[in-house]
Design a protein around this ligand. Structure first.
Ligand SMILES: [Zn+2]
Length: 443
C-alpha cells in the first residue's frame, strides 16, 4: 500500500509540535519578589522591603539561569510599578506551568527584637514535603554562608480553616497545586541582621545567588558555565504527612534558673537555665533585671546551629553581671521556635563588690543593656495579606516567549486541521468513486 505523503507530513508536524515544545523537560521556577506597588512590605529608616525583595529576586534569576534545564520567571520585575495580589502571583505561576513558587521576603518584628532567617512551608501533604526539603537546603546555606540565625523551616495552619495554610502565598499556590515557600532572609530591624546588610556591599547578590544555588541543589541541576554539578546532591527527605503538620501550638512547658557560682573578683555570676518544649525547641533567651517587668535583648539559646536540630538542648549556662554593693534579682525567659515563651521564677543574686574605679559605670551599662527595653512580649508581625480592589486590572502576564510559543502552536494546529480536512475530503471523494464504481459493477 502506498503511503500518503500528506499523512507523513502531518505525523511529522505532530511529532514536531508535541515532542519539542521549547521547555518540555525543563524545570519551571517562578520567583516572587514580595510586595511592590502600594505595598512597601516592612520598612524603617534604612530599608523598604519591596526593593530588597526585588534586588534579591533579580540576582537569583540571573544566577539560576546559568544552570541547565531550568526556566525562570519573575512575577514582577519592577518593585514600584504594580499592585499584584497573592492570588494573581499564584495564577502567574500556574499560567507558566511552574513547578515551584518561591516568595522572596525580608522580615521585621513588632518589638524589633527577633533576628534570624526562616522559611515557611505548607503544612499539607506533598506541599509540606517539597517545602521542607527545599527549606532545609536554603536554611543550611543561610546559616553557613551568612551566619544568620536559624529560626526554623516552619508551617503555620490558618486559624479560620484547619485545612488551609495561614500565609496567603502558600495557600493560593496550593489551591493551584503549586508547591510554595516563603523565604524570610533576615530581619531588617535588628542589628545583628541589618548589620550584615549594611556591612556587605554585595549582600543582596550573595542572598540571591544563595537562593538560586539552593534551588539548583533541590532540583539537582548542573551548570557548565559555573562549573558546578548538583546531579547527585543528597537532600534530606520528608515524607508526605496525612494531616496538617503543626510546628508548635504552645509555650515551653517550664523555665527555671539556678545560681551556680559567684565571681566577686569580676562581679559576675554563673547561672544555669533549664527549659523544655515538647513540640518544637528553644531558640532564644532573654533576661529581666526588674523581676520580669522588662526584658533585654534576645540571645541565641544555643549558638551551635547543628546542635539545635539534633540535640535541642534544654539546659544552658549563662554569665550575668552583679550589681555593685547591691543585691539584685533576675528572671530568665526561654522562647521557642514559634516565639512563645516561659519565664523562670525570680532568682536573687548577691551584691557585687564595690570597685573604686570607673568600672561602676561599665557594670551599670551592662545591666542597662540587659534591660534596655520596655516591652515584654515578642509577637512577630503577621504577614500582611494585601487584597487589592478587583477593579485593579491584572497586568498582562504573558511575556514574549509565551506569545511566540502560542503563535507557533496556533499555526501548527491550524495546519493540522487543514491537512486533516484535506485528507478527509480526499477519502470522501475516493469512497464516492469507489461506491459509484461498485454500483456500476453491481448493475
Ligand atoms: Zn514581606
Amino acid at each position: 500500500m502506498k503511503k500518503h505523503p500528506l499523512k507523513l507530513l502531518i505525523i511529522l508536524l505532530i511529532i514536531l509540535l508535541y515532542s519539542s515544545p521549547v521547555y518540555a523537560n525543563d524545570v519551571v521556577v517562578v520567583l516572587d519578589p514580595g510586595h511592590g506597588g502600594d505595598s512597601l512590605g516592612g520598612h524603617n529608616d534604612m530599608f523598604q522591603e519591596m526593593y530588597l525583595n526585588m534586588e534579591v529576586a533579580k540576582y537569583a534569576k540571573e544566577r539560576l539561569e546559568q544552570y541547565e534545564g531550568v526556566v525562570v520567571y519573575l512575577t514582577r520585575d519592577n518593585a514600584e510599578s504594580e499592585n499584584t495580589t497573592l492570588k494573581e502571583r499564584a495564577e502567574f505561576a500556574a499560567a507558566h506551568n511552574a513547578d515551584f513558587l518561591f516568595a522572596i521576603h525580608f522580615n521585621m518584628s513588632e518589638k524589633h527584637k527577633l533576628y534570624g532567617a526562616e522559611v515557611w512551608t505548607s503544612a499539607f501533604g506533598e506541599y509540606y514535603s517539597k517545602g521542607q526539603e527545599f527549606g532545609h537546603i536554603e536554611m543550611d546555606a543561610l546559616v553557613n554562608e551568612t551566619g544568620f540565625y536559624d529560626r526554623g523551616v516552619k508551617t503555620k495552619v490558618s486559624n479560620k480553616d484547619k485545612n488551609t495554610d495561614y500565609y496567603g502565598s502558600i495557600r493560593e499556590a496550593r489551591e493551584l497545586e503549586i508547591p510554595c515557600v516563603i523565604i524570610e532572609h533576615c530581619h531588617m530591624d535588628e542589628e545583628r541582621d541589618y548589620n550584615y546588610l549594611l556591612e556587605h556591599s554585595d549582600a543582596y547578590k550573595t542572598l540571591g545567588y544563595l537562593d538560586a544555588d539552593a534551588i539548583a541543589k533541590y532540583y539537582r541541576l548542573s551548570s557548565a558555565s559555573l562549573g558546578v554539578d548538583y546531579s547527585n546532591y543528597d537532600r534530606e527527605t520528608f515524607p508526605a504527612p496525612e494531616g496538617p503538620v503543626y510546628t508548635d501550638k504552645t509555650a515551653p512547658t517550664y523555665c527555671s534558673v539556678t545560681l551556680d557560682e559567684v565571681d566577686t573578683e569580676n562581679n559576675t555570676a554563673t547561672i544555669t537555665v533549664n527549659s523544655h518544649d515538647d513540640e518544637s525547641y528553644l531558640i532564644y533567651y532573654q533576661i529581666s533585671t526588674d523581676e520580669g517587668e522588662n526584658f533585654g535583648r534576645l540571645f541565641p539559646w544555643n549558638n551551635d546551629p547543628n546542635a539545635k536540630k539534633s540535640s535541642k538542648t534544654d539546659s544552658i549556662t549563662v554569665t550575668v553581671p552583679l550589681k555593685e554593693g547591691e543585691e539584685s534579682s533576675i528572671v530568665v525567659r526561654a522562647q521557642n521556635l514559634v516565639d512563645q515563651y516561659a519565664d523562670s521564677e525570680v532568682l536573687k543574686l548577691p551584691a557585687g563588690s564595690i570597685t573604686e574605679t570607673e568600672e561602676e559605670s561599665s557594670t551599670d551599662s551592662e545591666y542597662n543593656s540587659l534591660s534596655d527595653s520596655s516591652v515584654m512580649d515578642e509577637t512577630e508581625y503577621e504577614e500582611i495579606e494585601y487584597e487589592w480592589d478587583d477593579s485593579v486590572k491584572r497586568k498582562n502576564i504573558v511575556d514574549s516567549d509565551d506569545l511566540l510559543l502560542f503563535v507557533i502552536a496556533a499555526i501548527g494546529l491550524l495546519l493540522i486541521i487543514c491537512m486533516t480536512a484535506l485528507i478527509f475530503a480526499g477519502k470522501i471523494r475516493k469512497n464516492k468513486r469507489k461506491r459509484s464504481r461498485n454500483r456500476r459493477q453491481q448493475k
